[in-house]
Design a protein around this ligand. Structure first.
Ligand SMILES: [Zn+2]
Length: 990
């Protein structure tokens, strides 16, 4: 504790003792003194409670004395009613213990809340009044709320009783609420009626109207703000009196809804989709909804359900084909985790009980996925089968022959309809004209006047009305086309399977695909005996698949194709446990991952360890080689331009750098199968901006190019990294980065400030195109050592250490931000969060050993310069807030396997490879070949390499670098530059 805190604590304790309020517990004293450290609260023990008469060793006299005492219950704190006292809470916990231990919820962690009697606020207010008067240094605004401190102390206690993990934060789905009620609560609150007479006279009136309690929590808080101290003292004891009775504990447990989804077929012409009631009277015995839910109700416990579906069919229309997607929300479910096969068992029961409704693909889906049910509803195509009959009117006697009808109708393609709202639904839909399309029709003649019509239409087309015309409210219609009245006898919906594969439309339930992730944690003893599974492909061919990577509670196993390859086992619909080959599971609780088919087939994926290493080595060789020859044969020849025309020099270096980046990204994506998931805002590359991001690994920047390529609009960005000074010296890499005007920092702030300032001014004034400055505010990448240092720093500064991040440093960030703002060359700030959910290459070496992430995830948030505070302290706080947000995002991604928030369904999928990437890849490979086999071995090539290397070695060693030379040339011309560089030498050594 800080000295001032200790002083305040002691002062408060002193005043309370004086006032004979020593029964106020020590934890409440800490709270009132504004101590905000949970460990300080845990250190404190209860005040000694007077022994009860169960103690036989106690002398008789003392016992008698106790019996005489006016209060027969041990004193509970008059500030918190005892909920902060260990002994009293222990008693309360033993009362609610059975409820907690027999918890019917299967969640393995919980978050905790406490509800306290409203009158507690009166007690607190009363205490605050007295302390404000008598304790110097007491500040009302600093008092820690009782609920907050309660959680610090009681989280672990509930954890012990429940055998589940206690977590904080809004990510948890299971809530345990400790409810505290006090008998005299109402009576105590009654004083408010006198305290704020006018207000409660009005409320008394309202109370009758709204049936709420006279003094609600909100009302009380408002009254306490308005009432004067004097008035309060008149009607409520200051300090507060002891509670007359002990509180009553109770507990309430709730879990967020889960969502069960599937598809249904309906084989009846008398069954509505949902209960059909007219004026409270049932029109049909049952419904699709009721038939499905009755078996779910039998198997699972929950409070209530909500049914929704992707469209609906009429009572007399059958639903055939692949069925219609539906969704049940189960509120407050007790069971939330399912073993493979468990939901399939429920599905089997539903199907056994009813022949008219059949369900398949029953599965658990995430809340975020539920809106896909309604997504793209209009673009969907529906296929129907209609039984039609010709009804020639009195006037037309000659029937068209079936052959003519068939010929006439099948010629029509993409017929546009104008449909006025059908008469039969006018009572519930507004009268309007809608445009719909009939894509094609097929006719199968049945009798001389009946035929089967198969037609494909845009979703939302009224098919019955299209056939009979609805008194010409639908134009054109079948009757008008055939010039004979046509009636419809029966209709079936046939949800065609091609609907699933239509490009652009995200299928709600596609068959299990390789790369599918379990949405629930499973472990080897959780129903699956062997980590090996057999997967049956849709055309009947059985292929082998393995489960990969299951360990701790949160890891999600992934199904892979036969070669460990994600993309070659695309259409897996059935999954079979190897141990029990007779049973086939229809992959019930598996969420199909959304993979775009257009992704290229990675050339090098799924090999054994040695090949993996070779693959890493090849990558690093190609990567470094491309940089070296890039310098010698693309960059170095540009050097004369530095003196002849610096505008061209800058343009050329910028463009060539971007082209190299795109080669690197293409290599990763096309050859190595790395997938980039980019969500959030796009980066506008027509603007100058500052990009900040977390530094998970030393090679973040290598993957950052991929993120920038896929998130920049337009794609040709111009990123400049802020790097450590040492990088400058690395042959090739450092040299090109000098020429591309990257920023270097030495960590000596005095020099950095001048050099970075000059570079920023130079970029602002002379850049060939808008630039994006990339800064890692953490200063260094995350390793065990840097993490330990960062944690120490956090603890020293009274902050919670991060689990997935290092603490950001503000100096560089605030300098860059304010300098760019001064130069009026800052249009936006982008906050990037990078994550590697599977494999993380820690450095270049591990990359060379073949450690390559399969997925790189990045979330981008854009801020306007005006969003940034202007003061240094403000910037510091702002950056800290961004890092707190990052930590939450990363926790969700790594622990709960939730992807970063996506703004569209496209963002939930890996970024598609762009056509020009193939071109860059091929061009570079040809270029590399040319260099290695023709130019480098030649005499002139070799001489060129030696000379241009020597130049850069000298420049890197004896000057601040090529970027510095460029600045000086711009400022002072050739001779001025030489002069300046000469005089900068002695300064460099100190
Ligand atoms: Zn207390």
């Amino acid at each position: 504790m800080w000295t001032h805190e200790i002083e305040t604590v002691e002062a408060i304790q002193g005043v309370l003792n004086e006032l004979d309020c020593s029964d106020i517990c020590r934890r409440c004293v800490l709270r009132l003194a504004g101590v905000k450290k949970s460990h300080e609260f845990l250190k404190v023990a209860d005040p000694p409670t007077p022994a009860t008469d169960q103690d036989p060793t106690e002398p008789e006299s003392k016992k008698a004395k106790l019996a005489e005492a006016p209060l027969s219950i041990p004193p509970c704190c008059r500030a918190c009613l005892g909920i902060m006292q260990d002994s009293i809470m222990a008693e309360a916990l033993s009362q609610i213990g059975p409820q907690l231990t027999d918890c019917p919820f299967d969640a393995d962690h919980f978050t905790l809340a406490v509800s306290v009697p409203t009158s507690l606020a009166l007690r607190e207010h009363s205490l605050k009044l007295i302390l404000t008067d008598r304790v110097p240094g007491f500040f009302e605004g600093c008092v820690v709320p009782v609920k907050q401190a309660w959680k610090w102390i009681n989280g672990p206690k509930f954890e012990a009783v429940m055998g589940k993990k206690f977590v904080t934060g809004d990510s948890c789905q299971f809530f345990v609420e400790f409810q505290v009620t006090l008998a005299e609560d109402e009576a105590e609150k009654a004083c408010l009626v006198d305290m704020c007479k006018l207000e409660y006279l009005q409320r008394q009136h309202k109370q009758k109207t709204y049936h709420m309690g006279l003094v609600t929590r909100v009302a009380l808080e408002k009254s306490l703000q308005d009432v004067s101290d004097e008035q309060f003292r008149k009607h409520y004891p200051v300090p507060p009196t002891r509670p007359l009775s002990r509180f009553q504990p109770d507990v309430k447990m709730t879990h967020n809804s889960i969502f069960l989804a599937g598809r249904y077929n309906k084989y009846s012409r008398e069954l509505p989709q949902t209960p059909w009631l007219v004026d409270g009277e049932r029109k049909a015995e049952s419904s699709v909804e009721e038939l499905i839910i009755s078996d779910i109700k039998e198997a699972l416990v929950f409070d209530s359900t909500n049914f929704s579906s992707s469209g609906r069919e009429d009572v007399d229309v059958r639903m055939l084909g692949d069925g219609r997607p539906f969704l049940f929300e189960l509120t407050n479910p007790r069971q939330t985790m399912f073993k493979p096969g468990e939901l399939y068992e429920i599905q089997k029961k539903i199907n056994a009980h009813s022949k008219i409704v059949q369900v398949h693909d029953l599965q658990l889906v995430k809340k975020a996925e539920t809106n896909r049910l309604k997504e793209g509803e209009d673009q969907k195509t529906k296929t129907y089968n209609a039984l039609c009959r010709l009804c020639p009117g009195k006037n037309s006697t000659n029937l068209m022959s079936m052959t003519d009808i068939k010929a006439k109708l099948e010629l029509i393609k993409n017929l546009e309809l104008k449909q006025r709202t059908p008469i039969r639904v006018l009572h519930r839909r507004p009268n309007a004209v809608r445009k719909r399309s009939v894509y094609f029709m097929e006719v199968t003649p049945l009798t001389s006047d009946q035929f089967k019509l198969r037609l494909s239409t845009q979703a939302g087309t009224y098919v019955k009305e299209f056939v009979h015309g609805d008194f010409d409210r639908t134009i054109p219609n079948l009757s008008s086309i055939l010039e004979t009245e046509v009636d419809i006898l029966a209709l079936d919906v046939e949800n065609p399977s091609e609907q699933r594969n239509t490009d652009g439309v995200v299928p709600f339930f596609s068959p299990l695909m390789a790369g599918t992730k379990w949405n629930q944690p499973i472990s080897p003893n959780n129903g699956l005996a062997s980590p090996s599974l057999e997967v049956e492909e849709e055309d009947g061919e059985v292929v082998k698949a393995t489960i990969f990577g299951w360990t701790k509670t949160h890891s999600a196993p992934v199904v892979h194709g036969p070669n460990g390859n994600d993309d070659d086992a695309l259409h897996l619909s059935k999954l079979r446990l190897c141990d029990n080959p007779s049973e086939t599971y229809h992959v019930p609780n598996i969420i199909p991952s959304l993979r775009k088919r257009s992704l290229p087939h990675p050339i090098l994926v799924g090999m054994n360890e040695r090949l993996k290493q070779a693959k890493g080595l090849v990558y690093c060789t190609l990567w470094y080689l491309s940089i070296m020859v890039g310098y010698y044969f693309l960059y170095a020849p540009l050097l004369p331009l530095l003196i002849i025309n610096r505008k061209w020099y800058r343009r050329a270096t910028d463009v060539l750098y971007t082209i190299w980046e795109s080669f690197n990204v293409s290599l990763l994506e096309i050859v190595y199968g790395v997938r980039f998931f980019v969500s959030g805002d796009a980066i506008c590359s027509n603007e100058n901006s500052l990009i900040i991001l977390n530094h998970r690994t030393r090679v973040d920047w290598n993957f950052l190019w991929g993120v920038l390529l896929h998130s920049s609009v337009p794609q040709s960005h111009n990123a400049k990294l802020v790097l450590k000074q040492e990088v400058k010296q690395i042959p090739g890499v450092g040299w090109t980065m000098q020429m591309a005007r990257f920023l270097y920092i030495t960590r000596k702030w005095q020099t950095d400030e001048i050099k970075m300032g000059q570079m920023l001014d130079h970029l602002s004034a002379h850049s060939s195109a808008p630039f994006q400055l990339v800064l890692f505010p953490e200063g260094t990448n995350l390793t065990k050592e840097t993490k330990a240092k960062s944690d120490q720093f956090a603890i020293k500064n009274q902050q919670e250490p991060f689990a997935y991040l290092l603490h950001p440093r503000t100096t560089g960030f605030s300098f860059l931000a304010s300098r760019l703002r001064e130069n009026q060359s800052l249009n936006a700030i982008y906050d990037l969060t990078m994550a590697y959910p599977d494999e993380v290459p820690e450095d270049e070496r591990s990359m060379a050993q073949g450690v390559m992430p399969r997925e790189v995830h990045c979330h981008i948030k854009r801020y306007k310069p005006n969003d940034l505070p202007t003061t240094l302290l403000g910037l510091d706080k702002w950056l800290q807030e961004r890092w707190n947000e990052k930590e939450q995002l990363l926790e969700k991604l790594y622990e709960q396997r939730l992807s970063f928030p996506a703004y569209s369904s496209q963002q939930t999928m890996p970024q598609p490879v762009l056509p020009f990437q193939y071109l860059t890849l091929i061009a570079w490979l040809v270029f590399l070949y040319q260099c290695v086999f023709h130019w480098i071995p030649s005499f002139w090539g070799f001489t060129w390499i030696v000379l241009s290397s020597a130049l850069m070695v000298v420049i890197s060693r004896f000057t601040y670098g090529m970027q510095e030379i460029e600045i000086q040339l711009e400022k002072h011309g050739l001779f001025g530059m030489l002069y300046q560089c000469w005089f900068s030498l002695p300064r460099k050594s100190d």
